[in-house]
Design a protein around this ligand. Structure first.
Ligand code: PEP
Ligand code: MN
Length: 264
């Protein structure tokens, strides 16, 4: 995989503020909920609105996402707020639908990155795309699997690539939902210094009161961006309730974060 500045171009071409901020609910639940969050995030530090449409639940019985109709709600949110849109894709059919609905950023979730067949299927469906594609780390702390996923996407001619660090599952009891193992992301970045690196403090923390602390750690390590789950009524969220923050809390996080400027 070639390692040159072109991998960063998409980040700079957007002239996005530092850091890049992706925010929005874990899951799209209703049209009203999607529009309410998006309206609150308009004119904030947020550049990209995220929402899960297809939810890969570890165990059956939970909310598995609203499916295709949610893409229409997202399009409305974009038309109203100008925010770019990001959704998770886990197979070729998701990619097809996301592309048909003008989604700007497609991300591959941790439970998909572990499966080379699934990543390859997505890479093939996205061949030579101009869209931004972000690869989350696999659920388990396996750097090769993360690198392998990246190589599959790069080999498919996808140039606007980035990675999302969302921590790793562990059987140990820790304060994190998914332990960061920062050294894995740092190792990945040392191999590809020009690959944008985004931290997902929501899935690392699992609790909203730790989002600021984990975000600050990521920025201190020079991460390029943050993806933070945001919901107008987090306690009533249909998935990941404990870790979502309100739009006001998100704004406060960006007031409290010490953000290094390029000139510092
Ligand atoms: C999500 O972003 O809501 C999600 C399912 O994340 P992950 O793949 O990191 O578990
Ligand atoms: Mn989530």
């Amino acid at each position: 995989m070639e390692n040159n500045k072109s991998m960063r171009n998409w980040l700079e071409a957007f002239q996005l503020s530092h850091p890049l901020v992706i925010a929005g609910p874990c899951s799209a639940e209703t049209e009203e909920q999607v529009l309410a969050v998006a309206r609150e995030l308009k004119d904030s530090d947020v550049s990209i609105f995220r929402a899960g449409i297809w939810k890969p639940r570890t165990r059956p019985g939970g909310f598995e996402g609203v499916g295709e109709i949610g893409l229409k709600w997202l399009q409305k949110a974009k038309a109203e707020t100008g925010l770019l849109l990001a959704v998770e894709v886990a197979n070729a059919q998701h990619v097809k639908l996301a592309l048909e609905h003008d989604i700007d950023v497609l991300w591959i979730g941790a439970r998909t990155t572990v499966n080379p067949f699934a990543v390859q299927e997505i890479a093939d469906a996205l061949k030579n795309t101009d869209k931004i594609v972000l690869l989350k780390n696999p659920v388990n702390p396996d750097l090769s699997l993360w690198l392998g996923g990246l190589e599959r996407l790069y080999n498919a001619g996808i140039k606007k690539l980035g990675v999302i660090h969302r921590g790793f599952s562990t059987y140990e009891k820790t304060k994190y939902r998914n332990i960061p193992e920062w050294q894995l992301a740092i190792e990945l970045q040392s191999r590809f210094p020009d690959l944008p690196l985004i931290c997902d403090p929501s899935h690392i923390s699992g609790r909203r009161d730790m989002i600021l602390e984990v975000s600050q750690q990521a920025l201190d390590l020079n991460y390029d961006g943050l993806m933070i789950e945001t919901h107008c009524n987090p306690d009533k969220a249909w998935s990941d309730a404990a870790q979502q923050v309100t739009p006001d809390a998100l704004k406060q996080i960006f007031i409290d974060l010490k953000i290094r400027k390029a000139t510092d």
